[in-house]
Design a protein. Structure first.
Length: 66
């Protein structure tokens, strides 16, 4: 079905702006200490949540499109 899903471009622009904001707050990489470790952990958590989301989406589609 072409055109069945409508994607709001404002969401993409908001994600872009949020990404720039997070990058600005994070600053340049390589700062020693606890701040750098917190950003590393946050980055890995984001990666894990993304993988889990794609897995959940795959499982949902495989169950509901048969």
């Amino acid at each position: 079905m072409v055109g069945a899903f409508h994607v709001d471009n404002a969401a993409h622009i908001g994600g872009l702006a949020t990404g720039f904001g997070a990058a600005y707050i994070a600053g340049t990489p390589g700062r020693p200490g606890l701040t750098e470790k917190i950003w590393q952990v946050a980055g890995w958590l984001c990666i894990l949540m993304t993988v889990a989301s794609f897995l959940q989406m795959y499982l949902w589609f495989s169950r509901n499109t048969q």
